[in-house]
Design a protein around this ligand. Structure first.
Ligand code: PGA
Length: 252
């Protein structure tokens, strides 16, 4: 049985001070919640302070990106061991904003995933189609490519421990959520491909979560779908009450 996995992606929001204030309050709000895996992804500069503030709590900390090399002459980049050492246990990889604005591809996702796994980070790998791809009926083909190329060379055991976030690009930050039926259909497809390519244990244990305008009002219905194992929340995670409500409503 997969417990719900709820992650907040703060993107380029919150100063170190704001982030720490949030984490300190949030950890006490969720202190009795045993059945949900809860993660927050602050900016790089706030990872260490957030990890300290979240120590011995129910809240895990994620990086939003990393570089595939451990170290080297890559100005402005951060290696997986550095993200880990700063205190993150998780990392987002291949978010659509990274693909759209920073030229990330399935090949760079694959290299980053290898680096994350090598550093002992739990990867949250983002996939999803653009509006144009959906309108041209390419959704499932795009997802197949993103999974096949993004997960190339990754073992079933490794897949079992990671998180796939299905985020239709047209639903991110737009207020347009996929219907729960549409999300279920795509999630079931992703799980079926994981089963086919990486085996049943990988497909059964891997969390496949949904992202794109998740808010308290649509959490229950999305999470009620058998193949929707959680949510990656952008905008609504910036507000502590909204994010707590989402965590709360993800439970049974
Ligand atoms: P949103 O973002 O919840 O603001 O739509 C989701 C994401 O980009 O992870």
């Amino acid at each position: 049985m997969r417990h719900p996995f709820i992650a907040g992606n703060w993107k380029m929001h919150k100063t170190v001070h704001e982030a720490v204030v949030y984490v300190k309050e949030f950890r006490s709000l969720v202190k009795d919640i045993e059945d949900v895996e809860i993660v927050l992804a602050p900016t790089f500069t706030a990872i260490h302070a957030c990890a300290e503030a979240a120590r011995n709590s129910k809240v895990g900390i994620a990086g939003q990106n990393l570089h595939w090399e451990k170290q080297g002459a890559f100005t402005g980049e951060i290696g997986a061991p550095m993200v880990r050492e700063a205190g993150a246990d998780y990392v987002l990889i291949g978010h659509s904003e990274r693909r759209q604005y920073f030229g990330e591809t399935d090949q760079s996702v694959n290299r980053k995933l290898g680096a994350a796994l090598g550093a002992g980070l739990i990867a949250i790998v983002c996939v999803g189609e653009t509006l144009d791809e959906r309108e041209r009926n390419q959704t499932l083909a795009v997802l197949d490519r993103q999974i096949k190329d993004g997960f190339d060379g990754i073992t079933g055991d490794q897949i079992a421990g990671l998180v796939v976030a299905y985020e239709p690009v047209w639903a991110i930050g737009t207020g347009r959520t996929a219907t729960s039926a549409l999300a279920q259909e795509v999630h079931a497809h992703i799980r079926q491909r994981l089963r086919q390519w990486f085996g049943a244990p990988a497909a059964d244990q891997c969390h496949v979560i949904y992202g794109g305008s998740v808010k308290p009002e649509n959490t229950k219905e999305l999470l009620a779908q058998p193949d929707v194992d959680g949510a990656l929340v952008g905008g609504a995670s910036l507000d502590i009450k909204n994010f707590f409500e989402i965590v709360n409503r993800s439970r049974g």
